[in-house]
Every structure is written in structure tokens, then in C-alpha cells.
Design a protein around this ligand. Structure first.
Ligand SMILES: Cc1ncc(COP(=O)(O)O)c(C=O)c1O
Length: 372
């Protein structure tokens, strides 16, 4: 039995979504920018997908920009301010590197970044956010939920503070689709980054850009997507992404209940193992559990579990091979030794009770062996 609990890093594609992508490749090969009827057929289909997505996000179709990945969406949302008059950005210490590195890049162009610290649950202090805002603040970029420890920020309150201070607000919502509200009107958000491969969809990114916000493009060319992201729209992936978003919304409540129950069972049994404790917030993403296995190296654990076809990560998967200690676990002030002994388990809609039971059995065995 294969047990895949690394879904924050990437999910297995949904079969219906995969079929939709295949069908779109077969049927809509015309370029949506071409004048002939095949091009028009593709353009109509593209507009249909945009309408579907805009209904889900509660925005206008014209406010959607498709990109290659979540990383590109975030880069556009932040570096897009390069020519802005105001040159101060506020973010948090536990953002994805796409946010932190984009802010760093803008510092070469006269920007200043304020990086808000977080408490041991990964939450920013809203009072600190208020006092960090200056007359020069162009943008606040705070992630909706953290990919390593599952902290969910108070997005409504953050957006209210930004509105009260007349500052734009971007959120990296890559980890929350299917679990939290992504209605941009409810949340009062100006810019929101999403991606497809966390929701059983294709590798594609999306940036919601509220009407009236002017960004500089990162990619120049034929002027597609209002000149903000040139390049022929990837219609098959867009259609797959629209379906994945739709499916995530339809099954939201049911999934949250199921994942919470299975995740809680996993945590309860893992904490019975000597020298383990849960890191991060009390109120976390329903599919996330981050656990320290004292005095064991997370690399040895990951590789030993992998020998049993049981797949997990330590911290963020994209950082796992860099051997750098997790900046997120550092920011919540976990000691260095425990950072190196932490494992992230992230469940998916495919996770079964049987798999969780087997997972617990395997971990108990592997931990006992490594501790011998
Ligand atoms: C919170 C968060 N933001 C951004 C990204 C980057 O997304 P992508 O891998 O699509 O570039 C990820 C992916 O791991 C993520 O978890």
C-alpha cells in the first residue's frame, strides 16, 4: 500500500480533471487569438472557463490572470509594483520564498520591506501590522495559510486594516482552496495568488487582480491577458483548473470534516510515541500535522518511511533538498535541533482510514528501529 501524505507539496490529479484536460487538447487546439472559427471556438471556451472561475471567486472574468505557477502569480503581484510611487512592502517571516524573494528583488529598485514576526503559532500580530504601515506603503502581502505548519491568518481582519489605511492587500492563497473561503468580495482582497497542483489539478497559476490596480508585467510579448501576461493561454490547463476549483468548492464541507477527523486520529496516535510533540497552531489547516520526533533526523525518517512507500516531507518540499533549516520553523522559534527532527504530514481527499492506521503502524516501527 502506498501512503502519500505530502499533499501540501503537490496533489495527485483528479481523474475527471485529467479527462477534461485531454478532451480540451483534442477539441480546442485553435489559438484563442486567431481570427478564424477554430480560434473563436477556443476563445469562447476560454471565456467560459473564466466565467466559471470568476463565479467561484466572486469577481469579474477580466480580473483573472493565468500564469505558469503559484510562484509566477506571486512574483507578478509583488514585482508588478516596481514602478509604483510608494515603495514600501509589508510581509511576514513565514511567507513562501516566492514572496520573500520578490520583496528582496524590489529592494534593488529602492523598495523597503518590513517583515513582520510571528508568534509560536505562526500568527502575525495585527497591532504590529497597523504600526508598520507608513505613508509610503504600497502593498501588504500576507499568506492565507502556511504550507509548513498550517497556520491560518485572520485574512478578513488583515484586509480591513489595509482598507482602513488605504493600502493594497495581496494574499498567497495557494494552500487554502477547498478548505477556506476564497470569495474575494467577502474577504475584501485586492490581489490573490492560487495554483492548481494543490487542488488535484494541473500545474498552473492564477492571479486575481482587482479592477483598477495597475501592475507592470513580468512577461512581455504578444499582449495576451490585457498585456499583463503575454503568451498563448494554456486552454487545456485552464479548463482543468476551472474544474478542479469547482470540485474543491462542491466538496468543501465534507472534505474538511473527513480530513479533520483523519488528521486528528493520526496526531493522537503519533503523540503516543515517546519524544513527539505537535508544532504550530491550535487552529490549523484541516489536512496538516507537523510533528517533532525528538533526537531523530527528519532526513533519516523521510528516507526510512519512503522505503515503506510512505511519503512525507520535512517543512516545505521545495526547500527539502537545499538542506537549509526551515525559515518557518525558525520564525516560530523552534530550537535548531527540533527543526531538524520535524516531519510534515499533509492529507488529501484520497487519504483513507486504512492508510492512516497503516501510517501509524509504520512510523512506530521506523522510529523504534532508528532509536535502537
Ligand atoms: C503557500 C504557497 N505559496 C506558493 C507556492 C508556490 O507554488 P508553485 O509551486 O505553484 O509555484 C506554494 C507551493 O508549494 C505554496 O505552498
Amino acid at each position: 500500500m502506498e501512503i502519500y501524505l505530502d499533499n501540501a507539496a503537490g496533489t495527485k490529479i483528479d481523474n475527471e480533471v485529467l479527462n477534461k484536460i485531454n478532451e480540451t487538447y483534442k477539441q480546442f487546439y485553435g489559438n484563442p487569438s486567431s481570427l478564424h472559427s477554430l480560434g473563436e471556438k477556443s476563445l469562447d471556451y476560454l471565456n467560459l472557463q473564466k466565467e466559471k472561475i470568476s463565479k467561484i471567486l466572486n469577481c469579474k472574468s477580466s480580473e483573472l490572470i493565468f500564469t505558469s505557477t503559484g510562484t509566477e502569480s506571486i512574483n507578478l503581484a509583488i514585482k508588478g509594483f516596481i514602478n509604483n510611487q510608494k515603495k514600501h512592502i509589508i510581509t511576514s517571516a513565514i511567507e513562501h520564498p516566492a514572496v520573500l524573494e520578490s520583496c528582496k528583488f524590489l529592494e534593488n529598485f529602492g523598495f523597503k520591506t518590513s517583515i513582520l514576526s510571528v508568534n509560536n503559532e505562526g500568527l502575525i500580530d495585527l497591532e504590529k501590522l497597523k504600526s508598520a504601515i507608513t505613508k509610503d506603503t504600497a502593498l501588504v502581502s500576507i499568506q492565507y495559510a502556511n504550507n509548513e505548519i498550517g497556520t491560518i491568518q485572520d485574512i478578513k481582519e488583515i484586509s480591513k486594516i489595509c482598507k482602513d489605511h488605504n493600502v493594497l492587500f495581496h494574499t498567497d492563497a495557494c494552500q487554502v482552496v477547498g478548505y477556506e473561503d476564497i470569495n474575494v468580495k467577502n474577504l475584501n482582497i485586492d490581489l490573490m495568488s492560487l495554483n492548481g497542483n494543490k487542488i488535484y489539478g494541473p500545474h498552473i497559476g492564477l492571479l486575481f487582480v482587482k479592477e483598477g490596480i495597475k501592475l507592470e508585467p513580468l512577461i512581455h510579448g504578444g499582449g495576451q491577458q490585457k498585456g499583463l501576461r503575454s503568451g498563448t493561454e494554456d486552454l487545456p490547463l485552464i479548463a482543468g483548473f476551472a474544474l478542479a476549483l469547482e470540485k474543491a468548492g462542491e466538496s468543501k464541507n465534507q472534505e474538511v470534516n473527513k480530513l479533520t477527523r483523519l488528521r486528528d486520529k493520526l496526531v493522537k496516535d503519533l503523540l503516543k510515541i515517546d519524544g513527539t510533540y505537535l508544532i504550530g497552531p491550535k487552529n490549523r489547516l484541516c489536512n496538516n500535522a507537523s510533528i517533532v520526533f525528538k533526537d531523530l533526523s527528519s532526513d533519516s525518517l523521510i528516507l526510512s518511511l519512503s522505503d515503506h512507500k510512505f511519503y512525507v516531507s520535512s517543512g516545505a518540499a521545495c526547500a527539502s533538498r537545499t538542506k537549509k533549516p526551515s525559515h518557518v520553523l525558525n520564525a516560530i522559534k523552534l530550537n535548531k535541533k527540533d527543526i531538524e527532527s520535524s516531519i510534515r504530514f499533509t492529507l488529501s481527499k484520497y487519504t483513507t482510514e486504512k492508510e492512516i492506521e497503516k501510517a501509524i503502524e509504520i512510523i512506530q516501527k521506523v522510529v523504534n528501529n532508528l532509536r535502537k
